[in-house]
Design a protein around this ligand. Structure first.
Ligand code: FAD
Length: 527
């Protein structure tokens, strides 16, 4: 891309929101530049609880509009990305000592069902104590009255949901530049006309646009501060951490939504990627989002609460496979309690910086409707007639012809086929086609996960990966396996040397960088 290229819209941040906006804007015919300081999806969008949910909890805050929107979007995502977003049954155990008793839970469930009306997932069921213990025998029986069983959805690999939005944006002509940090918004007399960024090669670059969208998640204010010293702060981030543990004694088959005994906060224990995801915490965060890490007190809190809920589990720090932490880019408010901060999104205009919009909040669940609202606003600001928004109808790239495509990978064993479908959807064919180049590419290089050598090449050649960190954590998903992909990193670097033209030095650097990157997912002895 030559310097000073003119776009209609520049989007800063390729998290779920920026990626969704880029897909919609490009699909509606705008010239789009999407730029990220790191890889696509490398910010908050990778560090969530991975639920595509209506937000049952928001009912307590009477946010009916948000619940209705979330439930509608849940249905949309089940339709446009069924390879990534799947129904998830969730059990809410009810105890004598619970803050929310059977009547409150029942009322919440009925309201949730009413707001979900016309959707494809089954309605809730109330279970007796005996039924609850039959379905989740490991649950603490003391004081258990029964439970509610309801349906939401899970995006096992949110990273790939982001990626597929980026790939769709590219298919519609968007320019995507990663590892390019926007250092400044270019503004003259209060009108924003582009961005200044430092490219991957370290050079200063410029791009111009009619509108700039600041979709930098928890970094939104950092970006504004660099342009205008009197920008009011928009984000009041809260940090949330998760721990990942292997199957434990008494582990539930369903996801469980619990009330923590120590502070009555809600938290989840969720079957995820062959292990269990437990989280989350919710604490104000004023630091640098690049430095966020799970602290020991958070880890101990989650372990203690999981052990209270499942007494046979006896989970300890040593059993934790890895942890991760992210900052919710919530709106800045005076709410004292983090739980009370609204989860609604806002698209902020800047009276002192015209042609700039900043995205505040926004969940994985509602990214598509946020994007639609944002692109509608862009068209209105540009005083252009907008074509129809079709992002709720058109499948994401991996869902195109998902139920009817002729599978070019039938010759692989069932584990490999299942893996390819679960990660790439119908694009599994593209991986299989690439693997015909060489016998080695069609062989798994990881026997446990059945990941093919060809997937490494595919990530770099077709899915915008630039490093093995991108490839493991946000393309092949090997990096989220129980050992964080450590056992596979050297073989992957060898594939890079053999098929991607890497020098020995590059391969060595990739391995070192990967090992460094995943250190932050280990339980830190000093917190
Ligand atoms: P991000 O994903 O952070 O993307 C912002 C991007 O901007 C980053 O990639 C970053 O690199 C880039 N950037 C920053 N500064 C610059 C710059 N100067 N130049 C270029 N690029 C830049 N939502 C749900 O729907 N379901 C859940 O279960 C759920 N659970 C959550 C649990 C936790 C603990 C957290 C933290 C969040 C959770 N969320 C959940 C919310 C959801 O994950 C986030 O709101 C959403 O991912 C935010 O996406 P984003 O695109 O706005 O931000």
């Amino acid at each position: 891309m030559p310097d000073n290229t003119q776009f209609d819209v520049i989007i800063i941040g390729a998290g779920i929101n920026g990626a969704g906006i880029a897909r919609d804007a490009a699909r509606r015919g705008l010239r789009v530049l999407l730029v990220d300081k790191g890889d696509v999806g490398s910010g908050t969008s990778s560090w969530s609880t991975r639920l595509i949910h209506g937000g049952l909890r928001y009912l307590e805050h009477f946010e009916f509009g948000l619940v209705r929107e979330s439930l509608r979007e849940r249905e949309t995502l089940l339709r446009i990305a069924p390879h990534l977003v799947k129904p998830l049954p969730i059990t809410i155990p009810i105890y004598k000592q619970s803050k929310r008793g059977p009547l409150t839970i029942r009322a919440g469930m009925i309201a949730y069902d009413l707001l979900s009306s016309g959707k494809s997932l089954p309605l809730h069921r109330m279970l007796s104590r005996a039924e609850t213990l039959r379905t989740s025998p490991g649950l603490n029986p003391e004081g258990l009255l029964g439970s509610a069983l309801y349906q939401d959805a899970q995006v096992e690999f949110a990273e790939r949901l982001v990626l597929e939005n980026v790939l769709a944006a590219r298919e519609h002509g968007a320019e995507v530049v990663t590892y390019a940090r926007v250092t400044k918004l270019v503004a003259e007399r209060g009108v924003v006309s582009g961005v200044e960024f430092v490219s991957e090669a370290g050079t200063n670059r410029f791009a111009r646009a009619e509108m700039v969208i600041n979709a930098a998640g928890p970094w939104v204010d950092q970006l504004l501060e660099r342009t205008s010293s009197d920008s009011p702060r928009l984000i009041g981030g809260t940090k949330g951490s998760h721990i990942i543990v292997p199957l434990f004694s008494g582990a539930p088959a369903n996801a469980i939504y619990l009330e923590a005994q120590s502070d009555r906060r809600p938290f989840f224990i969720i079957p995820w990627n062959g292990n269990y995801l437990i989280g989350t915490t919710d604490v104000r965060f004023e630091g640098d989002p690049d430095e966020v890490q799970s602290e020991l007190w958070e880890i101990d809190y989650l372990l203690a609460e999981a052990n209270l809920a499942f007494p046979e589990a006896q989970l300890t720090r040593d059993q934790i496979l890895f942890t991760y932490s992210g900052v919710r880019p919530l709106p800045r408010t005076n709410e004292k309690n983090e739980q009370d901060i609204t989860r609604k999104h806002f698209i902020r205009e800047h009276p002192q910086l015209k042609n700039l919009l900043s995205i505040v909040g926004g969940k994985l669940t509602t990214y598509r409707s946020l994007a639609e609202e944002c692109v509608d606003l862009v068209f209105s600001k540009l005083e252009k007639h907008s074509p129809e928004c079709v992002t709720a109808k058109e499948p994401l790239p991996g869902a195109v012809n998902l139920t009817s495509f002729a599978k070019d990978f039938e010759s692989f064993n069932s584990h490999i086929r299942e893996r390819l479908l679960r990660i790439y959807g119908s694009r599994a064919n593209n991986v299989a086609q690439l693997a015909t180049r060489d016998e080695e590419l069609a062989r798994p290089f990881n026997k446990d996960s059945n990941a093919l050598s060809g997937e490494i090449v595919f990530a770099f050649e077709h899915e915008t990966a630039k490093t093995l960190v991108d490839c493991f954590l946000r393309r092949t998903m090997i990096g989220l396996n129980a050992d964080l992909g450590i056992g596979d990193i050297e073989p992957a670097a060898e594939i890079g040397m053999r098929f991607l033209g890497w020098s020995e030095l590059r391969a060595k650097r990739e391995v070192e960088n990967y090992r460094d990157e995943v250190k932050r997912f280990r339980v830190q002895p000093s917190g």
